[in-house]
Design a protein around this ligand. Structure first.
Ligand SMILES: *Cc1c(COP(=O)(O)O)cnc(C)c1O
Length: 385
């Protein structure tokens, strides 16, 4: 920890443990202590740690051709774009690869400028990234305020409130951006008709509907993309986190006329979609398909939603698939996190009384049961202090 403070910037605060290895749903720290990982690199390691398919694909690729830049095509990039087009279910979909969620949303932001308009509607408490453009979309004052002035023309309305959205959208709106479920904000689920309503308002005004699936994509909710339950088709989908199974990979998928807005030279990135990251992306998608992992997400997610709600001290459990938020009766989330760590499990506490869980999507039922035991004990011990 002293070494961290002497060498790293203080933007994260100082971590309390140092991790050195991982296998499946477990990670091991530098002292040899093992943890059941219920955060999975912040919803990133969808196949768990060191999955053989990812290890094999990446190892082979790095020994074959590591990086080429986007001046040249390469097989993995082509194949992954075709795969994403296929799971999007629309032949008009076109893919832009980048390295992170913020970059995917930056791409969407620039794409929306090509409509000739600049006004944007986003939602309060949403998280869309930390770069200046993405931060302008992010709706959390604590993250925004120190960095003002941000991009102008962005209005934030309460999440899940269709009427507020309807009032905010006009013919001048270039894009509307929402998360299907707000992850970072504490796993907040909107009313069932929310996305359908937004689709209707965007159609009426000619605004692009951008669905930020950075956290809710790649099977996290039990579907490939977190909006699918609504039956809508977005104009733009942004992805990252789970897409590379732990390697830095993001994407913007533009559909229909939105896919025609960028012209050659309009946007780019040196590393985006490089052969190694896209090798990991291909391994992620083919493993999810081959091992029927979306079915596992439904089954284990259902189990956790049910069991966690029965624990004394938990007043609400919400989410979809393996993205789960809990509200605790008391503001002890940070203490519960610490206690879980002591007892051998990693979780996230995005609020004083809010816990977020995002384990690997191939989490076994046995390890889900193990987690429920750890979490129950942690909450009990913290409540009795
Ligand atoms: C994490 C996240 C981002 C930002 O992704 P980075 O890779 O950290 O830039 C954007 N949107 C959502 C919904 C996220 O959860």
């Amino acid at each position: 920890m002293k070494r961290w403070q002497k060498a790293l910037l203080n933007n994260y605060g100082t971590p309390s443990i140092e991790l050195v290895s991982g296998k499946g749903s477990f990670v091991t720290d530098i002292d040899g202590k093992s943890y059941l990982d219920f955060l999975a690199g912040i919803a990133t390691n969808v196949l768990g740690h060191a999955h053989p398919a990812v290890v094999k694909a990446v190892t082979k690729q790095v020994a074959t051709l590591g990086h080429v830049s986007n001046f040249y095509a390469h097989p993995n990039g082509l194949e992954l774009a075709e795969k994403l087009q296929k799971i999007t279910g629309d032949k008009s979909a076109r893919i832009f690869f980048c390295n992170s969620g913020a970059e995917a949303n930056e791409a969407a932001l620039k794409l929306s400028r090509k409509t000739g308009k600049y006004k944007i509607v986003a939602t309060q408490e949403a998280f869309h990234g930390r770069t200046m453009g993405a931060l302008s979309l992010t709706g959390q004052p604590s993250k925004r305020n120190p960095f003002k002035p941000l991009l102008k023309g962005v209005k934030h309305v309460p999440f899940g409130d269709s009427l507020a959205m309807k009032r905010a959208i006009s013919k001048k709106t270039a894009m509307v951006i929402v998360e299907p479920i707000m992850g970072e904000a504490g796993v907040i689920v909107p009313p069932a008709d929310y996305l359908k309503n937004l689709r209707e308002y965007c159609d009426r005004s000619g605004a692009l509907l951008v669905i930020d699936c950075v956290q809710t994509g790649m099977g996290r909710t039990g579907d490939w993309f977190g909006y699918e339950y609504s039956g809508i088709k977005p104009d733009v989908i942004t992805l990252a986190k789970g897409l590379g199974g732990g390697l830095p990979l993001g994407a913007m998928i533009a559909i229909g006329s939105a896919a025609q807005l960028f012209e050659a030279g309009d946007h780019g990135t040196t590393f985006g979609g490089n052969p190694i990251a896209t090798a990991a992306g291909l391994a992620v998608i083919s493993t999810i398909e081959k091992e029927k992992i979306l079915d596992n997400v439904d089954a284990v997610g259902e189990y956790l939603l049910t069991e966690l709600a029965l624990i004394p001290g938990v007043i609400e459990v919400r989410g979809a698939g393996l993205l789960i938020g809990l509200t605790l009766e008391k503001p002890v989330a940070k203490a519960v996190l610490k206690k879980c760590q002591e007892l051998g499990s990693l979780i996230n506490a995005p609020g004083e009384s809010v816990i977020r869980l995002a384990p690997a999507l191939n989490l076994s039922m046995k390890n889900a049961e193990k987690f429920v035991k750890i979490f129950t004990q942690a909450l009990q011990e913290v409540s009795h202090v």
